[in-house]
Unconditional design. Structure first.
Length: 151
């Protein structure tokens, strides 16, 4: 995980509609930047729907929610439509942002083998682009409420 107090790395990625977003586009707003492994899986769906259900409260607190995974723009579009997600999902197929945010880690599979994968992680970034909270290996169901409480 990146250190609290450091400047969040800027990036440009495409969203579920194929439009480009840069982190710097959100200066002046708080950003909840969450990384998740895969669209339409149980944990990722719980997490996304939690952010969806609390989205009005995030907006009231002046925060933007951005979800990032390696999935394609088309996969993100289907995920958004299936669950009525009101926030931006960003596609990082080459893992450039995932690696820049240090959330591509070695993990142990259910069978006990070592492999590399995306850790479910969340960063809270302040209005000036600094990291004010960094959570790794978050629980999908609890993460949205935990991040809202941080705001």
């Amino acid at each position: 995980m990146l250190e609290i107090g450091t400047q969040a790395p800027d990036f440009t990625l495409s969203d579920q509609n194929g439009e480009e977003h840069s982190l710097s586009d959100y200066r002046g707003k708080k950003v909840v930047l969450y990384f998740y492994p895969k669209d339409n899986t149980a944990g990722c769906t719980k997490q996304a729907c939690g952010f969806r259900d609390l989205y009005p409260q995030f907006q009231e607190k002046g925060a933007v929610v951005l979800g990032v995974s390696k999935d394609t723009v088309a996969s993100h579009k289907k995920f958004e439509e299936k669950f009525g997600l009101p926030f931006t999902l960003l596609s990082d197929p080459d893992f450039s942002v995932i690696k820049a945010y240090d959330v591509y880690k070695e993990t142990t599979t259910k069978k006990g083998n070592l492999s590399r994968g995306l850790w479910r992680s969340t960063y809270l970034i302040d209005e000036s682009g600094k990291i004010v909270r960094a959570e790794g290996k978050v629980k999908a169901a609890d993460n949205p409420a935990d991040m809202l409480a941080e705001l």
